[in-house]
Design a protein around this ligand. Structure first.
Ligand SMILES: [Zn+2]
Length: 150
């Protein structure tokens, strides 16, 4: 497997970064979750839109699960606006941005989807992106315009 070398790097726009961090902070101390969307048809690697989804997991402190009706309505909107769903995000309020056992056995991810984890383990948000392959989680490069501004 040489996926690592072939995997493109993705970029998070500053708007998307702000929305992402704001949403994840607002859910603290619980986990937040949502969708990563590409709105521009010019590119398939620039994540410019964030769509929060309510976390309805019975244990939102350590796990997340999408609200089914919000999830369906988000998919409908994505279709309607001809956007591209590229992956999912969730937060780790108290742990490092490394996929947990729950992440590995849970609903995530679909094949090829990006899994982005926002960690508040340190005061500055630490954001990492992964993809699941047959060998497990593989970190992918994520460029952020303003990752140092917060
Ligand atoms: Zn997790």
């Amino acid at each position: 497997m040489t996926m690592k070398n072939n995997s493109p790097s993705y970029r998070l726009t500053s708007n998307a970064y702000e929305q992402l961090v704001t949403h994840c902070r607002s859910a603290y101390p619980n986990e937040a979750c949502g969708l990563l969307i590409i709105s521009s048809s010019d590119t398939h690697t620039v994540i410019d839109t964030i769509h929060p989804i309510a976390n309805v997991h019975p244990n939102p402190y350590n796990c997340f699960s999408f609200d089914p009706s919000e999830w369906i309505s988000a998919l409908y909107q994505i279709e309607q606006h001809q956007q591209l769903l590229i992956g999912y995000y969730h937060s780790h309020p108290r742990s490092l941005p490394i996929p947990s056992t729950a992440d590995s056995i849970g609903m995530l991810p679909q094949t090829g989807a990006i899994t982005l984890i926002v960690s508040f383990f340190t005061s500055k948000p630490d954001i990492r992106a992964y993809r699941k392959c047959s060998e497990g989680w593989q970190q992918i490069e994520l460029l952020m315009d303003n990752a140092n501004s917060q």
